[in-house]
Design a protein around this ligand. Structure first.
Ligand code: C2O
Ligand code: CU
Length: 527
């Protein structure tokens, strides 16, 4: 394998039927593969019609904050028929993904895996082959129709519910739930992974859903977790993994069972408003999305394996217990806390009936105005950014700045679960409060400062507080948000403005990035 090369990818976003997005004509979008240390050039051509941008989920983008892909935060949108070049170096390894960060395009399929191989992967040699697997929900109605309804003044309902779920693009749909007179075919293809008896397989599993949390298992096959969101962990063997939206796990599976077909199960849970109303979702969602683990030599028939007995209630809408995950390499938790951001997460119902998502009483409205990072480079005082920017600013003014740390207390003052994601970093999970333990500040004595796992999406449980810490060593503007697509669309997001003085003094934004903003009015706040 070669490391440190430059790879060029071409990403053409287009549509076959004017509603769903695809990349180079494929759904799921093609797997981008590169090596640690490579520079990758991705030419994104927008051939779809709506404005777009692509975010590289989990990448640090050190020195290239303007390629992070967030309209209004790090770039202006890529207009129809325009090609934009993303160009950055990979200083990390593991399982990532790329997706649209605009409107509801993620719902319509604009998302795919991004795998970065590591020459020093400590698990090389512990498995023979690898598979990349995506789990997703699937909506039969395009987001362009759903989103305006959901955001309407008098909506007052649950998050839009998907019609089904799928594994690597193949799902099942119960035709009993289909509208009368529609053509519906329940005999769809099933995602099938072929294994040889006696071999070991690494599965890289990515939950790319808009709303669904999955509990993933394979009948008769416990597996060993080795990677969480790009970071290696000490091996731990489980029968099932809860995977929240945007999280990734690598597991090693031992194909050591009798030659046969075994059911792969991705158990659907919805952890938003609908769970609170205890609506039985709708019948079409009340099932496990299935796939097949097929041993070479097994007959072509559907699996008859029995599900392992799993306690779903202890797994739904949660993470793998963070205390059971231990980093593979010793991770030093930075200690010079330069800033603590207390992010109170909630919803509000306006007098009109419209629901909005809040962080500290401010709702981040997706807008097409000038990106925050360009404003800072051009000299806008970050402390005086317009309030709608919902920003938290921090500089390192004292102590060892290599050891500078920021703590975020994600304080969840409502009954729902939120998978929170921070861009530009992998964070230490210091404290993950239990359900309904209230929003009182946690005691520092309860923080795990010794061996916390790092990740980039953490599940914040209902009415509880989660504390994360990260090394403030990446100047730029980094988005912090709930990764439930619909909560993001309601404004549950904030911007972390990291070391703005250094950012301003060391950043020149390339002219092809600023060119996207020509004609965008700085004051157009598009509320
Ligand atoms: Cu997966 Cu803000 O992103
Ligand atoms: Cu949320």
């Amino acid at each position: 394998m070669n490391f440190g090369l430059i790879f060029t990818f071409f990403v053409l976003i287009s549509s076959s039927n004017s509603a769903w997005w695809s990349v180079n004509g494929q759904y799921p979008a093609p797997i981008l593969q590169a090596n640690y240390g490579d520079r990758i050039l991705i030419n994104v051509t927008n051939n779809f019609g709506d404005p777009a941008s692509i975010h590289w989920h989990g990448l640090f983008q050190r020195g290239t904050n303007y390629y992070d892909g967030i309209v209004g935060v790090t770039q202006c949108e890529i207009p129809n028929k325009v090609t934009f070049l993303y160009n950055f170096t990979l200083e990390q390894y593991g399982t990532y993904w790329y997706h649209s960060h605009t409107l509801g395009q993620i719902v319509d399929g604009l998302k795919g895996p991004l795998i970065i191989y590591d020459p020093k992967d400590p698990y090389y040699g512990k498995y023979d082959y690898e598979y990349v697997m995506t789990l997703s929900d699937w909506y039969h109605t395009p987001s362009g129709i759903i989103l305006p309804l959901f955001r309407a003044d008098d909506y007052g309902g649950t998050e839009p519910l998907p019609d089904s779920g799928e594994i690597s693009g193949l799902g099942q749909y119960d035709c009993k739930a289909a509208p009368k007179n529609s053509t519906c075919n329940s005999n769809n293809k099933v995602a099938t992974y072929v294994v040889k008896k006696g071999k070991k397989y690494r599965f890289r599993i990515i939950n790319t859903s808009a709303l669904v949390h999955y509990v993933f298992s394979i009948d008769n096959h416990p597996f060993t977790i080795i990677e969480v969101d790009g970071d290696y962990v000490k091996p731990i063997t489980l029968n099932a993994i809860p995977i929240n939206i945007a999280q990734r796990y690598s597991v090693i599976l031992d194909a050591n069972q009798p030659i046969d077909n075994y059911q792969i199960r991705a158990h659907i849970s919805i952890c938003g408003f609908v769970s609170d109303l205890s609506i039985n979702y709708n019948t079409s969602l009340n099932y496990d999305v299935t796939g097949i683990l097929k041993y070479e030599g097994a007959e072509d028939k559907l699996p008859t394996s029995k599900a392992d007995s799993l306690n779903y209630t202890s797994l739904q809408c949660r993470d793998v217990n963070p205390n059971s995950l231990k980093p593979y390499y010793e991770n030093k938790v930075p200690k010079n806390v330069i800033s603590t951001f207390k992010a109170l997460v909630d919803f509000n119902i306006l007098p009109t009936g419209k629901v909005i998502g809040l962080i500290n009483n401010s709702s981040f409205v997706p807008h097409s105005s000038y990106p925050t990072n360009q404003q800072i480079v051009e000299g806008v005082d970050p402390y005086k950014l317009p309030s709608y920017e919902n920003a938290h600013v921090y500089e390192c003014n004292s102590g060892d700045c290599n050891d500078a740390a920021v703590d975020i207390h994600i304080i969840n003052d409502n009954d729902y679960t939120h998978p929170f994601h921070l861009h530009g970093h992998r964070f230490f999970v210091l404290y993950n409060g239990k359900n309904n333990t209230g929003i009182k500040p946690p005691h520092e004595s309860d923080f795990n400062l010794k061996d916390p796992v790092t990740r980039d999406v953490v599940t914040v449980l209902p009415n509880s507080t989660t504390v994360i810490r990260y090394n403030a060593n990446n100047p730029g503007v980094w988005f912090l948000h709930c990764h439930i697509q619909w909560h993001l669309n309601l404004g549950m997001a904030a911007q972390m403005i990291e070391l703005p003085s250094i950012f301003k003094n060391t950043t020149t934004i390339p002219s092809d990035v600023t060119a996207l903003c020509v004609g965008i009015d700085l004051d157009k706040k598009n509320k």
